[in-house]
Design a protein around this ligand. Sequence first.
Ligand SMILES: Cc1cc2nc3c(=O)[nH]c(=O)nc-3n(C[C@H](O)[C@H](O)[C@H](O)COP(=O)(O)OP(=O)(O)OC[C@H]3O[C@@H](n4cnc5c(N)ncnc54)[C@H](O)[C@@H]3O)c2cc1C
Length: 446
Amino acid sequence: MADIEYGRDSAKDILILGGGFGGIAAAMELEKQLHGEIKRGLVRITLVARDNFFLFTPLLHEVAASDLDPSNIVNPIHKLLRHANFFCGEIESVDLVARRVNVRHGVSNTPHQHGHTLTFDHLVLCPGSVAGFGDIPGVEENALSMRTLGDAVTLRNRLIESLEVANADCFAQMRAPLLTFVVAGGGFAGVETAGATNDFLHGALRHYRALTPENVRVILVHSGELLLPELGPKLGTYTAQKLSKAGVEVRLQTRVAGCQPDCIELSDGTKVPCHTLVWTVGNAPHPLLGLLPCMTERGRVRVDKHLEVPGWPGVWALGDAAYIMNEETGKPHPPTAQHALREGKVVARNIAASLRDQDKVPFRFKTIGQLAAIGHRAGVANVFGVQFSGFVAWVMWRLIYLSKLPRLEKKLRVALDWTLDVFFSKDVVQLSTPAPKHVSTDHSAI
Ligand SMILES: Cc1cc2nc3c(=O)[nH]c(=O)nc-3n(C[C@H](O)[C@H](O)[C@H](O)COP(=O)(O)OP(=O)(O)OC[C@H]3O[C@@H](n4cnc5c(N)ncnc54)[C@H](O)[C@@H]3O)c2cc1C
């Protein structure tokens, strides 16, 4: 089908590329700031994203570990946005000179897909980042990542499938590789995934009579000297001790050197027989950004203090896609959700100011705090410079993220899941089942 072009009437088109923390915050703030203009048909806001939901990444590891139902940590974009249009599809290319964006949509794996060209007066670039696997042999092909809802569900399925298979007598000799799980990365995502995975596996063992705690190995591999280096040496050391006590093998100053389907090689020469590597290391810049003619820094789009792209009026960037210098520290703002949210609001205010010929505001923000849940109902936190650890930090982690999760309905659902967790054991249910295949008759005695 021929590409369709729309836009180009008297209304100003604001196009937001991405429906994550930054894109949703920008769209919601624009709805507020430009409410009157939208109603009078003077401004049109369109948000483009490949998923029709907003994913709350801080709770992703809880889905992998069966603590939370997957749909509870996502919010439908249709319910979050009241006046903006939503285009559910793939962003294929961005032409800053012609001020056009090519997008594609249609039902997956069918021929019924086609493209559209969207034009814009203001463009907000916030497609996030992608997983960076580096050049380590076999990692991209064999590792699982932890960035999307699909990734968390895949990991959950893998954990349960491994338990099911290892429990069978005919796989008794394979128990070691089946039940060894290596998590690469000692940052927030890696530590939280290792802690939650370890708790889930040990909690699930009661359903698998042939398996004992000695069969399960969770190994956390981190290249640095300290886990969670952003939280400082005291909390980093505490985290390593707490994870080790819970049974996680913490390997510091070690890297993954290679990954095959049945073995992972570490930089110290150790070969770990294992089928599952979870890769939480490294954010790579989004590939769309590398093709843009504007200035980039380590693959991220450089913006000025108003979050506008220098030399490209009406083009804005934020979140993981943007390189935003913090003038107070002389370092770039970190790529976190708490930053992306606030950047989205500032971009919205500045777009409204540009449309009304008013002064723009600079982006100023200092990290409020950082928190991690490290398993066994323990956490670590640094909030306003005060450090917390143990059960108190874990409760803080839950309360703070519950308060940040958008929409009352989802807060209640998550709170209910967490409450029920106190009384019932976790589900060991795979969330997708493969299509039935022909079964061999090797086990004809059954
Ligand atoms: C496991 C995990 C845990 C995290 N925990 C925390 C935490 O506890 N606290 C914290 O502050 N930060 C956390 N982060 C970081 C935080 O999630 C990111 O910094 C934040 O999401 C960045 O927001 P963004 O809007 O730039 O991008 P994202 O939120 O990544 O959104 C990008 C959007 O663009 C869309 N998109 C991308 N490419 C295309 C395309 N080609 N076509 C269509 N749509 C596209 C995506 O579907 C998505 O809607 C975590 C990240 C991960 C992965």
